[in-house]
Structures are given as structure tokens and as C-alpha cells.
Design a protein around this ligand. Structure first.
Ligand SMILES: *[C@@H]1O[C@H](CO)[C@@H](O)[C@H](O)[C@H]1NC(C)=O
Ligand SMILES: *[C@@H]1O[C@H](CO)[C@@H](O)[C@H](O)[C@H]1NC(C)=O
Length: 255
């Protein structure tokens, strides 16, 4: 009898702390991280922010975009404030940074890897009432020691959307000024979580080191709620056939 009592008492003593460990670790696992769990959140929240309260799907999957958790979002990145015309490209808004090196193939130099940060924000002004996103990108040499990011390329510009009522197609434009002496006008159709720009016009300073570009496609694809892929394909005066020039996957670092 005493023996049996001992077994019961002491296995409880052993069991309780173990139970606590199990309970606390599963609580830690369940404790929700402040992030979105659906790649459509940006567009949903931009389309109708009251869905954050009224639509269960949006409420449960878009905690971060809805600002139901975490720090308040900087208004420049807050898709709830996105002008109506830009809502279809709400998925672009954010600060994106490569986690691993992007790959670059240039016709004139050996291939190399690079890091890049892209910032797409709601611009604080518009052109003739046409709202804009502000685009900046900064690429560095990944093979340099940490803390000394040597800039290898940067570009700045604006993204706009135009709706063609007759064709019922939405066009997205990107115009850039680049540190290599290029300026580009790129346009493409907006698709769900993807846009493929085709180079329309290019300007280039006469003493630029880069070879003249003939055809260029820039493809941005949202892969999931936190990753964006960018690819650049081009033909130049040196390489006549269409080649993948750069390919990189960014992780969303804000919001
Ligand atoms: C936004 O969604 C709410 C329900 O969440 C709905 O009542 C309202 O009409 C919607 N607004 C627009 C502009 O679609
Ligand atoms: C565009 O974004 C950059 C980087 O975030 C910022 O320095 C600049 O002031 C912005 N310009 C506009 C017009 O929003």
C-alpha cells in the first residue's frame, strides 16, 4: 500500500514539471507571431480595410497588414492608405531585402552574386492626380566583408497604374533613373501578384560602361506572403539573344 502511494505521489511530482514544460512549450508554439499568413493580404486590405474587422478570412490571415498586432505601420507602407488606383499592386509595397545572394550575368564581366534592398512606398505626391509608388533599389557586392557594403548599383523611380477601360486591362509603369547612367521607361500588364514590365524607352549617357540594351523584361512575382522574386532578362548589343541578366529573391523586412 505504502509502496503504491509512493509511486502515485512521486510520479505526480515528476509528471507535473514535465506537464508544465509541455504546456508552456506548446503555448510558445501557438503564440501567434505578428505576420500575415496569406499572400493576398495586401490587396485585400488595400481594397477594403473594413474587411479587417468584418471578414473572418482577412481578420485571421492578415493580422500584420490589418495592424491587429505589432507596432503601428509607417504610413508610407500602410496599404490601408493606398490610393484606390494602386490597390492592385498593393503587394509590392514594403521593404524587401535579399536573404541570399542574387545572381548576375553580364555579357562583359564574369558572373557574380550580389545583395539588394528594394523599398517600395506610397509616394507623398502624385503627378496630375495620378498616384504613385516610390521605388528605390540599392545593390551591393556580397563578397565584401560585413559592415562595408560597397554599392554596385542603385536605381530610383516611380510606379504608376493606368486602367484601359476599352480593353479592361490594367497597365503598370515603372520609370527609373539608374546609377549606371541609364534611364528607363518600362510598362507591363498587372496580373495577380505579378507584373512583367517590358522596356519601352531607354536613355543612356554616352560614356556609360554598360553595353547598350535592346530588349529588356523585368519580372516581379510575389512568391508567398513574405518573398518577392525579381528577374531581369535582356538582349544587348553584345549578347543578341535574350538572357537572364539578374535573378534574386527578397524577403519582406518591413512591415
Ligand atoms: C467594405 O466591406 C464592408 C464589409 O466588410 C462593406 O460593408 C462595404 O460596403 C465595403 N465597401 C466597399 C467600398 O466595397
Ligand atoms: C522615395 O523613397 C526614398 C527612400 O525611402 C526617400 O528618400 C524619398 O524621400 C522618397 N520620395 C518620395 C517623393 O516619396
Amino acid at each position: 500500500m505504502a509502496n503504491r502511494f509512493f509511486t502515485v505521489c512521486c510520479s505526480i511530482q515528476l509528471f507535473l514539471p514535465l506537464l508544465l514544460i509541455i504546456v508552456t512549450s506548446s503555448v510558445a508554439k501557438i503564440a501567434p507571431k505578428c505576420r500575415d499568413t496569406d499572400m493576398n493580404c495586401a490587396v485585400w486590405v488595400a481594397s477594403n480595410s473594413s474587411d479587417c474587422e468584418n471578414v473572418e478570412l482577412v481578420n485571421s490571415h492578415c493580422q500584420r497588414m490589418c495592424q491587429l498586432c505589432g507596432e503601428p505601420i509607417d504610413p508610407k507602407y500602410d496599404v490601408k492608405l493606398l490610393p484606390e488606383k494602386l490597390k492592385s499592386i498593393a503587394w509590392m509595397v514594403g521593404r524587401w531585402r535579399s536573404e541570399f545572394g542574387g545572381k548576375a550575368f553580364f555579357p562583359t564581366i564574369p558572373k557574380f552574386t550580389y545583395g539588394e534592398q528594394v523599398d517600395i512606398t506610397i509616394a507623398d505626391h502624385s503627378e496630375n492626380g495620378r498616384p504613385l509608388l516610390n521605388y528605390t533599389a540599392f545593390a551591393w557586392d556580397i563578397n565584401m566583408p560585413d559592415g562595408d557594403p560597397t554599392e554596385i548599383h542603385s536605381e530610383n523611380g516611380y510606379i504608376a497604374v493606368d486602367f484601359d477601360k476599352e480593353q479592361e486591362i490594367e497597365y503598370v509603369s515603372l520609370n527609373t533613373a539608374m546609377s549606371n547612367g541609364f534611364m528607363t521607361i518600362e510598362e507591363g500588364e498587372s496580373g495577380p501578384n505579378q507584373v512583367k514590365f517590358r522596356l519601352q524607352r531607354i536613355g543612356r549617357i554616352s560614356f556609360s560602361h554598360d553595353s547598350a540594351v535592346r530588349i529588356m523584361f523585368r519580372e516581379w512575382t510575389l512568391l508567398d506572403e513574405s518573398r518577392l522574386e525579381a528577374r531581369l532578362l535582356m538582349t544587348t548589343t553584345v549578347t543578341r539573344r535574350l538572357m537572364e541578366h539578374t535573378a534574386i529573391i527578397y524577403k519582406k523586412i518591413y512591415p
